[in-house]
Design a protein around this ligand. Sequence first.
Ligand code: HEC
Length: 126
Amino acid sequence: MATSTTNTTTITQVRYTTPKRRVFTLMTSLAMSIVIAPMGIGNAYAAGSVKEGSAKARACQVCHGKGGKSTKEAYPILAGQHAAYLRKQLQAFRAGTRKDPIMNGMAIELSDQDIEDLAAFFSSVE
Ligand code: HEC
């Protein structure tokens, strides 16, 4: 589900600290972006797809219920929630600015595209 390409790039940037290597790293990142972009992963991502999101949402079902229609009080209802809100929460969980032991673990695995797709899907459920 998740693509860790962006993370790999970031780690490379942190590891090399000498100026010469920094230039090298920058060029590597650039090269990677050029290679990765046409594959539809990494930094380049398209608008959310309900279909893709539906498949990816299976990982959320055990807690949030089928289609995000949670029946358990501990788990928020995601069905019909606004896409912008879902996106913002998933980004916050991923960044660790919104803290929840379960959701931080779930969101760290999500790419930008995963978040777009999941937000599109859950917001589409009536
Ligand atoms: C193991 C259970 C579990 C799984 C699996 C899980 N979640 Fe959650 N999720 C939670 C809990 C618990 C909360 C409430 C966190 C809190 O209280 O802040 C939550 C909160 C959220 C919220 C915030 C809702 C709101 O109204 O603010 C979103 C969005 C969300 N989850 C999306 C997802 C998505 C997308 C997936 C699948 C990729 C997923 N969750 C998988 C347990 C889970």
